[in-house]
Design a protein around this ligand. Structure first.
Ligand SMILES: C[S@@+](CC[C@H](N)C(=O)[O-])C[C@H]1O[C@@H](n2cnc3c(N)ncnc32)[C@H](O)[C@@H]1O
Length: 291
């Protein structure tokens, strides 16, 4: 089963390369390491076309969703954050040294081993304090792995709020897998942290309508070939809400207007403000909790 999902892992390299084109802290260091010291352990996408060189007038999706989720996380105090399918994302590094935060990075076994080496190397080089950071090999579709998270939370997370996050994961799962994933998060919260919070922007992207133009940076067809998976999105906000409600999750969509307005200003993109803010709906974070 894991072999099957490992085929999705090269998409983590894609995301890392996209991030490194922006000013996301540590994103360039990560790509530098995967292209040099760790290149033999990395499974990359075979063909990026002109994806990485194409210039976009807008805030790239990869950057917008990264900052949108960070902003929500920064607004919650005293947390035990578990990032599922963290790929080669540098997010955990931004939460080092923050008081009252415990951060657990998780991924499939092969990738999490590589990720830990890379992150520890950056930590050592920059003399950062990593006492609140942990790595675990987790496939959230497996009940025993969900129990692993729960047990670890009971051991280390006393009095902290359990927060589950992920980005760029759900679209690779088919309907059955999505349901299993949702049921497992419910199981985790019911058994280990009833007030747990599930945060993701993965519910904010919807299936494209026939004839709707593909974005400039779209290499979905190529990704589908490598991962042997189609992209499976919900069709609407209502369908996604229904999917969550069916298992007893209430959901709230958190505005990212302030975050994106700040980025627009930093990047001097005011002339395109309205269009950018509209596209930012595609990466608003959903906050889901058991009713
Ligand atoms: C598009 S990448 C996103 C990675 C990261 N979240 C980011 O934004 O860069 C999708 C990730 O999902 C991971 N993945 C796929 N299936 C998985 C599963 N069943 N359990 C855990 N991780 C999985 C892959 O290894 C890959 O790193």
């Amino acid at each position: 089963m894991t072999y099957h999902f490992n085929k999705i892992s090269p998409t983590a390299v894609f995301c890392a390369r996209m991030r490194s084109k922006q000013n996301i802290p540590f994103s360039r260091e990560i790509v530098e390491l995967i292209d040099t010291k760790y290149s033999e352990y990395v499974r990359d996408l075979p063909d990026y076309g002109d994806t990485l060189t194409s210039k976009s007038d807008f805030i790239p999706f990869i950057e917008g969703r990264y900052y949108s989720l960070n902003a929500v996380l920064n607004g919650i105090k005293n947390t035990f954050i578990v990032e599922l399918a963290s790929g080669l994302s540098p997010r955990s590094l931004e939460f080092l040294n923050k008081s009252n935060i415990f951060y657990v990075e998780t991924e499939l076994k092969e990738l999490v081993k590589l990720k830990e080496k890379i992150i520890r190397e950056i930590i050592n080089k920059n003399k950062l304090n990593d006492s609140n950071l942990f790595f675990m090999s987790i496939n959230p579709l497996k009940k025993e792995d969900i129990n692993k998270i729960g047990q670890f939370y009971l051991k280390k997370g006393k009095n902290k709020k359990l927060i589950i996050i992920h980005e760029g994961l759900l679209m690779y799962f088919n309907k059955k897998e999505k349901e299993k994933f949702r049921d497992n998060i419910k199981y985790l919260f019911q058994n280990y942290a009833k007030k747990g919070v599930w945060l993701t922007s993965d519910f904010s992207r919807f299936e494209k309508k026939i004839n709707e133009p593909k974005g400039k940076e779209n290499i979905r067809d190529k990704i589908s070939k490598v991962t042997k998976r189609d992209f499976y999105y919900f069709r609407s906000i209502e369908e996604a809400r229904q999917f969550l409600m069916a298992d007893g999750f209430r959901s709230e969509i958190v505005s990212n207007k302030e975050v994106i307005e700040k980025l627009i200003e930093e990047k001097g993109l005011q002339f395109n403000k309205e269009i950018i803010l509209e596209s930012a709906y595609g990466y608003r974070v959903w906050k889901c909790q058991l009713i």
